[in-house]
Design a protein around this ligand. Structure first.
Ligand SMILES: [Fe+2]
Length: 264
């Protein structure tokens, strides 16, 4: 049995608000929730956008806060992160690629792969030849052992306003590669700040709400000029896997108003 916690997009900042939300208050609420209710989880995956702007002070303050967690952290990179500063301030697992924050973790239920989909200087993601070669090797080596994949950028359109242009470039080729391997059992995707589940090329997937602020529903239509976070509470995922049966519970970590400025 594997029990793990999945949180996404904390967009941490050591000072100030992001979209009217206090990232320190929200991350603290998530940590408190995990320590109180899920200290028996094997680890907590954070699927990217660890910080909002990527300064050294942000990563230092983030690292300090994450040290409060009583379970290990599997930290991942998103479009808002600075890969070099991240690497210098946040510990990554031993089996991490040298130039990317991409790694595999062995669990009693199979391999968990955390991919690096960042494209430098872009909000859209990419999955370059070097990272693809690493993934192909990991999937080949897995053989019949189940593999569960976490990644920041969706490799396919999700029908959310404005966001499909910021997905993983060449996502189609990425998914075609995954379809070659029967060991791939589930994709866990960050970036969109909204919970969606479905299948893509026969592979089940879920996206996750942000720890900080939520993207509105597709209707009424919206764009970045009119963007205002949805008045929905933050959630994290409680994931259990038993003999390839995946159960993902979305758990609210605090009330919507917690850490939100009254102007919103
Ligand atoms: Fe993102």
């Amino acid at each position: 049995m594997l029990k793990a916690i999945w949180m996404s997009d904390p967009h941490f900042a050591h000072e100030g608000d992001i979209m009217g939300h206090d990232p320190r208050v929200r991350l603290q609420a998530a940590i408190d929730h995990i320590n109180q209710h899920h200290h028996d989880a094997r680890f907590c995956v954070i699927s990217g956008d660890m910080v909002n702007r990527g300064s050294e002070a942000d990563y230092e303050a983030l690292s300090k806060l994450l040290n409060q967690l009583v379970i290990p952290v599997l930290p991942m990179v998103g479009n808002h992160d600075d890969r070099l500063i991240f690497r210098s301030k946040i510990p990554v697992p031993d089996l991490c690629m040298e130039n990317f924050i991409q790694f595999s973790v062995s669990t009693p239920e199979g391999w968990v792969l955390c991919l690096d989909t960042q494209k430098h200087g872009s909000d859209a993601g990419e999955f370059c030849a070097q990272r693809r070669a690493w993934l192909r090797r990991a999937l080949t080596d897995a053989g019949s052992t189940p593999v569960y994949i976490f990644l920041h950028h969706p490799p396919m359109p999700l029908g959310l306003p404005m966001q499909d242009s910021e997905n993983m470039e060449n996502g189609e080729a990425f998914l075609d590669m995954l379809s070659e391997f029967e060991c791939v059992k589930y994709l866990f995707i960050g970036h969109v700040h909204r919970a969606i589940t479905g299948t893509v090329k026969g592979i089940p997937f879920s996206t996750m709400r942000s720890i900080l602020y939520q993207a509105p529903a597709p209707r009424p239509d919206w764009n970045w000029e009119t963007f205002k976070p949805a008045e929905e509470a933050s959630s994290l995922g409680v994931l259990t896997i038993v003999n390839e049966a995946v159960n993902l519970q979305f758990e609210q970590i605090c009330k919507f108003e917690h850490g939100v400025r009254p102007a919103i």
